[in-house]
Write a protein that binds this ligand. Structure first.
Ligand code: SAM
Length: 354
């Protein structure tokens, strides 16, 4: 038998699942006060919601990490420009096209190009690469994740044929943002970029690390409120993981529990959003992918980057790029999904409007 108090918590979960708007106090209960049984209940409600909207197929995206050069100096990130020990590489246009060819042969229908803000991969260069991919693969989805750019640049990417853009807001709280980033970066600019991307018609992804240094439950509440305002089509949440040679190298990582709690809450609040089981979670915990899916996630992004470069895209320590995180091992991914009653969906995996 559950205590009355616990029924109350389940009622809040049920109300969230049925589309009710929650107040601050209710959100704080969900974020901070659920016991293990209630969390299990939340995860199963969230997984059911995913199945109702998208079925049991997990969308796959071919991830191409295009550069480990970055002009930014985000304090958490292993490829920050201040990390003189980071190994740097950048893919040429030809190498990216080779990755797309590999991805297409493996059956992928979405390419994601993600990288540091590499000054050599400037707006014109990216526009040209997108145009070529679009011409070569007219039906495949092209996703970019190349940081903060001007409105003109985003428009050029869109006109060239890009469909989606991933840019995590990282944290809605300005002070926390300033704690995580150097003074030349601003939370406001990041948010402006996100609203611009949406206005231009990109399927837009935002999100944040869970358990980043200085993060509080209040910050997560503010993040949810910000996401309600933005209404992104994709939301990426993964645990913060420390990266050697960064100011936060000795900080504790985020936890699996808090990460999947957020996955479930976001699933219930944004039933149609595309939510990845992130590589960071798979790095933190061997069955992180399965746990995220059973908590409501429905996307995985296997790595199709050249194998010799993968280790160099080291945004945090021991980043996983093998097994289910590797596009070359799709059979293993299928088996792991089958073992929990799911399967790969090779479709484009666009956001469902209705
Ligand atoms: N430069 C682009 C951008 O800023 O969106 C894309 C690359 S950036 C490395 C992609 C994401 O990696 C960031 O949004 C951040 O949330 C995540 N990330 C960076 N360092 C991390 C860390 N130490 N632990 C977990 N995630 C991290």
């Amino acid at each position: 038998m559950y205590e009355k108090e616990n029924y109350h918590h389940r009622e809040i979960i049920d109300r969230l699942a049925s589309g009710d708007k929650l107040n601050r106090e209710e959100w704080m209960i969900l974020l901070d006060s659920l016991d293990d049984n209630e969390r299990e209940y939340l995860h199963s409600k969230a997984a059911q919601t995913t199945i109702q909207n998208y079925g049991k197929g997990i969308f796959v995206r071919a991830l191409i990490e295009i550069s480990s050069y970055c002009k930014n100096n985000c304090k958490y990130c292993g490829i920050r420009c201040g990390n003189k020990n980071a190994q740097r590489y950048r893919l040429s246009k030809e190498e990216i096209l080779e990755c797309c060819k590999d991805g297409a042969e493996l059956g992928f229908n979405t390419f994601v190009m993600q990288g540091g803000e590499d000054p050599k991969q400037n707006d014109e260069w990216i526009t040209d690469v997108v145009k070529t991919i679009r011409a070569t693969y007219p039906d495949k989805a092209i996703t970019l994740s190349v940081g903060e750019r001007s409105q003109e640049a985003y428009k050029a990417f869109k006109d060239a044929g890009a469909d989606r853009f991933l840019l995590r807001h990282e944290t809605r709280n300005d002070e926390h943002y300033a704690y995580l980033h150097p003074s030349n970066m601003s939370s406001e600019n990041r948010r402006d970029c996100l609203f611009t991307l949406k206005k231009l018609g990109f399927q837009t992804g935002s999100g944040m690390m869970i358990g980043s240094p200085g993060q509080t439950v209040e910050h997560l509440y503010e993040d949810i409120r910000f996401l309600e305002e933005l209404e992104p089509q994709m939301i990426g949440v993964g645990p913060f993981l420390p990266a050697t040679n960064t100011p936060f190298e000795n900080c504790s990582p985020g936890t699996v529990e808090q990460t999947i709690l957020m996955v479930s809450l976001l699933r219930l609040r944004f039933p149609k959003a595309l939510l990845p089981a992130t590589t960071a979670l798979a790095t933190l915990c061997p069955n992180g992918m399965e746990r995220a899916i059973l908590a409501g996630a429905n996307v995985v992004m296997p790595n199709v980057s050249p194998i010799e470069q993968r280790k160099k895209y080291s945004i945090y320590d021991n980043k996983k790029s093998t097994g289910a995180e590797s596009a070359q091992q799709m059979e293993q991914l299928e088996q792991r999904l089958n073992a929990i009653g799911y399967h790969i969906n090779y479709g484009r995996g666009d956001y469902k409007i209705n």
